[in-house]
Design a protein around this ligand. Structure first.
Ligand SMILES: [Zn+2]
Length: 305
């Protein structure tokens, strides 16, 4: 990747197919300068695959679940006063954007000792522990059953610490400012509608903002973020097809001035989905998100001054 005229020179992401485990589950990027009550998280950009994953699926296929580089694309957020938390573990290993009970009993070698409440995501093979992954037709990740102890270790070493630091930072910001904005940052594959098995008449937008049909943040904030992206030439859809899942459902309580919004960016804007390598569009997108981050920070400073 070459440096850009507007952004910093960025090293390529480090991918570790067999990382000694357990390792620190997240990177915490502290606000630089005056902090604002904006806490952001990138739950799916982790590229360190724990040594104990023991998957059968080819590594290149397994990586299709990654929101590769989303933490780098939004890397300007700490420079405008936001906190940015990025998962280091891959979503195919355990998905932080699911409830802990969203478990597929078929994956396990013995009954799960806790509550089991499989959602539509588990039915699609992508619950708390993914059963399926792949670029086109999804294939089984494992040729074995997982022990409940193994799944519990993934929850204890990765899932819970990730949610703990996110909740801690959110409560710190809320208690200091009396208001809180949260951005849950993702990227989406070009074939998102097909993967979701949804009929559609229009192409996938460049960005999809999700507020769970208006329930997780003020409409004014959705409009503000949409405008920050549209003004830079992007097509923005709201809740179509991604509305947001477990993370924003937990955090967003707009009546208490806790606003949580999911942002999905089209992977075709910045990567080759087959190789996960950055494309020629990466630098422009990063520069535009630098600008969008500044706009969002300016709005939040106005709300709490
Ligand atoms: Zn994601």
């Amino acid at each position: 990747m070459s440096p850009t005229a507007t952004g910093p020179k960025l090293p390529p992401q480090t991918v570790e197919p067999r990382a000694p485990a357990p390792f620190a589950p997240y990177a915490l990027h502290e606000p630089q300068g005056d902090a604002i009550p904006l806490v952001c998280d990138s739950p799916h950009s982790g590229t360190r695959y724990p040594l104990d994953f023991d998957h059968a699926l080819a590594f290149a296929q397994l990586r299709s679940g990654e929101d590769t580089d989303v933490d780098v694309l939004w890397g300007a957020l700490p420079t405008v006063g936001a906190t940015l938390i990025a998962a280091e573990f891959p979503r195919a290993y355990i998905d932080p954007n699911r409830e802990p009970a969203d478990i597929d009993p078929e994956l396990l070698s013995a009954p799960w000792p806790g509550p089991v409440a499989p959602s539509e995501k588990t039915r699609l093979g992508v619950g708390l522990i993914w059963r399926l992954a792949g670029h086109g037709e999804a294939s089984p990740i494992y040729d074995r059953k997982l022990s409940p102890a193994e799944v519990q270790a993934r929850i204890d070493h990765y899932y819970r610490p990730y949610h703990a630091v996110l909740a801690e930072r959110i409560e710190q910001a809320y208690s200091r400012f009396g208001a809180l904005w949260h951005l849950n940052l993702h990227s989406m594959p070009a074939n998102a509608y097909e993967r979701l098995k949804l009929a559609h008449e229009h192409p996938l937008a460049d960005f999809v903002l999700g507020d769970r049909d208006g329930s997780t943040c003020a409409p004014e904030f959705v409009d503000m973020v949409a405008q920050a992206l549209r003004s830079r030439g992007y097509r923005v859809a709201i809740n179509d097809p991604f509305k947001g899942v477990a993370v924003i459902a937990r955090i967003g309580r707009p009546a208490e001035r806790r606003h949580s919004l999911q942002i999905e960016v089209h992977r075709g804007l910045y990567m080759d989905e087959a190789t996960r390598a950055r494309s020629a569009g990466f630098a422009r997108l990063r520069a535009d998100l630098d600008g969008a981050a500044a706009d969002i920070a300016r709005y939040i400073r106005e709300q709490v001054k």
